[in-house]
Every structure is written in C-alpha cells, then in structure tokens.
Design a protein around this ligand. Structure first.
Ligand SMILES: [Zn+2]
Length: 206
C-alpha cells in the first residue's frame, strides 16, 4: 500500500500453512507501525493458547503482547478509538464474524492486518480466510518448507489421528508438506488404524 490519502483504512491478509512465518510477518509489520509511533492493538482467539497466555509468539520465539478474544465481535468492543493499526492472529478461528469486523474497522479508517491458515488439514479452503482474501486490499501468501523433500510447502500436514477441524498444537502434531508429499487422508487413516487396534485389544482381552 504505497499511496494512501487521508485516513482511509484497509485490510491486509497474510495466509499460508503452519510454519510459514505468518506470526513473524505480523509481528514485523506491527513493530514497524510502532516505530512510526502509530497506536497498535493486537488480538488473537482464545483457542490458541500455545506458548503464551496473552501474547503473539511466532515459532521462532518473537513475541508481542495481545488481547485474547472469543469472537470477532469482541474485537469491535475492545478496539480503542485512537488505535490506528489492528493486528489479528489466527483469524481462521474467529468464524464468519471476522469479515464484518474487519470491514467495519477498515471503513472506520483503520489498517487491519489479519493472519491465518487459508487451508485446513485436508487441504480444503478454511473459512472465513478465503472470503477475507477476496475482500482485502493486500494479500500475502507465505509458503513453508516441506520437511520431506525441501520444496516450497503449501500444506499443513496433520500427523495425529483426528478428523476434527480444529486440533490446536504445534510440535509433533503438524508439519509442513509440499503438494507432492501432502497426505490429506493420513489423519483419517490413523483414526481407522486406532479403531482397528482397539478392536484387536478388546478381542485379546476376551
Ligand atoms: Zn515435499
């Protein structure tokens, strides 16, 4: 966003798989705003409590204090009138309300920066991020590095057995995979394997 006249707001979205550096990019942009003496507020969903209770932490350990919210609407209540830049981390956990919240803030002249996963553990679009991308003025898609082959990785590979959409965790539960190495059905296969082995154990007990 090079030329912005008056106090027009806008929406920037940073998407990509886990381990692609989204939180680091958010922290970088917010730090620069702080250096420019702009008033910054940061929000993240209460569901993501890894590492720190009230701060955004990237996997590499960068940290910035943040407010926890349960819904996107709560952000509207907590934003102070003088705030100029608003960072929202892990936007995929905030539901459909994220779209109207971001639009209201941008319409009110604020710069809104949202990060989140654009696809889920099956490689499907992870709402509401894809729709937010359609509304945003600026989009950045980051890629991770595939842990199998070293190619650019677009996918978040779930390694544990669960078909739930949201299973929060980092170390050991997920890894970045490229298009070729991604196994979208791995989580479902593991669920089946676990069921099969439970049946075997039950049969052995009998
Ligand atoms: Zn690969």
């Amino acid at each position: 966003m090079d030329i912005v006249k008056g106090n027009m707001g806008w929406i920037e979205v940073v998407v990509g798989p886990m381990f692609s550096g989204k939180s680091e990019e958010l922290i970088r942009r917010l730090r620069r705003a702080e250096i420019a003496r702009q008033r910054v507020q940061i929000f993240k969903p209460v569901i993501d409590q890894r590492y720190s209770v009230s701060g955004i932490v990237s996997h590499s350990g960068l940290e910035l204090g943040s407010d926890l919210v349960r819904t996107a609407e709560e952000i509207l209540e907590k934003v102070e009138p003088r705030t100029e830049v608003i960072g929202i981390d892990e936007g995929q956990f905030l539901g459909e309300g994220l779209l109207s919240t971001c639009n209201k803030l941008a319409d009110a002249g604020k710069r809104v920066i949202v990060t989140g996963l654009d696809t889920d553990f099956m490689g499907r679009p992870f709402e509401p991020m894809p729709r937010l991308l359609a509304m945003a003025e600026e989009i950045t898609k980051l890629l991770a590095i595939c842990v199998r082959c070293g190619n650019p990785a677009v996918h978040t590979q779930r390694l544990v057995a669960s078909e739930e959409l949201i299973v929060v965790g980092a170390g050991g539960m997920y890894e970045a995979r490229c298009r070729r190495c991604f196994e979208p059905n791995l989580a479902a296969q593991k669920v089946d394997e676990e069921k099969a082995s439970t049946v075997k154990v039950r049969a052995a007990i009998r």
